[in-house]
Design a protein around this ligand. Structure first.
Ligand code: ATP
Ligand code: SF4
Ligand code: MG
Length: 316
């Protein structure tokens, strides 16, 4: 079957200023990512802050164009798909429901926004759909006239999810959907997302810092480091036997969680590299406990490992 999402060697670079008298530098936020997401699965993306996860998400949503490479939706290049059609099929759930919801709009307006933008339905029909979505996300119908500041963080995220679902999309791109919420609310929202996935037959591309969450709900997991996918596996394959030293370090750090640093940084020594001047060879080599001289000069290729790939000389 044709994957619902496919990335072929997708790159995103930015020109960034270095200083008044210096030429602009090139920052590679995403460097040559190839991935497929099958219909109905939860495909997780993990990696340290700055690894390029949100940049990838924005390209999948059609919010920013790729610098090179190709993104396909059901086999059709996103660049050749009408922007509104992309927005109908792929919807976002972002981290912070407060900044993603206009504070001057009522819940009714916020949830109906995609319908209005697409010119769908008369006001009465829209209201019926909004009620349907409120029911689906477990919000009482009376919140329809409320404003975001009258709602709790969890309720706001439910509004954002209702808005994402009203167009009946195929895919939700969830970028840290619970990390801005109180810990007590996080599980409720995750359970809601999993219920909705079944009810609406959704596919999830799920970005998270929290490996415990990923282990709980992902079918497949991609591990990103400095703009590249270093390992892509089934959940069981990754969590039972990670093959890339970076994934191994990430998983080790789960055993010694550091609430201040956040999970990923805790088990990995050394600083995250400057993305404007990435290390040569394998970009992980300055921090890799298993690096050899070869790693300093030769870029590793993706090598097949049980149910996935790992981009490391030792995995080949
Ligand atoms: P986090 O976990 O903190 O959300 P992330 O993995 O989502 O991080 P991105 O936000 O995708 O990372 O950023 C990847 C890299 O691209 C970073 O070095 C960031 O500074 C850079 N970057 C992102 N957007 C831009 C932009 N508009 N202009 C210049 N650089 C950018
Ligand atoms: Fe470590 Fe070398 Fe593998 Fe890179 S290629 S992850 S430096 S062993
Ligand atoms: Mg991000």
């Amino acid at each position: 079957p044709v994957p619902v999402l496919e990335l072929r060697n997708v790159t995103k670079t930015y020109k960034v200023p270095q200083g008044y008298f210096k030429p602009m530098a090139t920052l590679t936020a995403v460097g040559g990512v190839s991935l497929t997401v099958a219909r109905g699965e939860v495909h997780a993306l993990v990696g340290e802050s700055g690894s390029g996860k949100s940049t990838l998400a924005k390209m999948l949503l059609g919010l920013i164009p790729a610098s090179s490479g190709e993104i396909l939706i059901d086999g059709v290049p996103i660049a050749k798909t009408d922007r509104r059609e992309v927005a109908r099929r792929i919807q976002p759930v972002f981290q912070d429901p407060y900044s993603s919801l206009n504070p001057r709009k009522s819940v009714a307006d916020l949830i109906a926004l995609p319908l209005v933008a697409h010119g769908i339905g008369m006001p009465a029909e829209r209201q019926a759909k909004v009620f349907e979505m409120l029911d689906a996300v477990g919000l009482p119908r009376r919140v329809i006239d409320a404003y975001p500041n009258q709602l709790s963080g969890g309720q706001r995220q439910r509004v954002a999810i209702a808005r994402a679902l009203i167009m009946r999309p195929d895919v939700l791109i969830c970028d840290e959907p619970t990390s801005a919420l109180d810990v007590s609310v996080q599980a409720q929202i995750l359970n809601l997302l999993m219920d909705l996935k079944r009810e609406f037959k959704l596919t999830y591309f799920f970005i998270s810092h929290n490996l415990a969450v990923v282990e709980h709900l992902a079918d497949r997991v991609a591990v990103m480091y400095l703009g590249r996918i270093v390992e892509e596996r089934s959940r069981a394959g990754l969590f039972e036997a990670p093959r890339h030293p970076y994934s191994q370090a990430l998983l080790d750090s789960v055993l010694t969680p550091d609430p201040e640093l956040g999970m990923p940084e805790a088990g990995i020594t050394g600083a995250f590299p400057n993305p404007i001047a990435p290390p040569p060879g394998c970009t992980f080599h300055p921090r890799c406990p298993r690096a050899s001289d070869r790693c300093k000069v030769e870029v590793p290729k993706a090598a097949a490992v049980p149910d996935g790939f790992a981009t490391c000389h030792l995995a080949a």
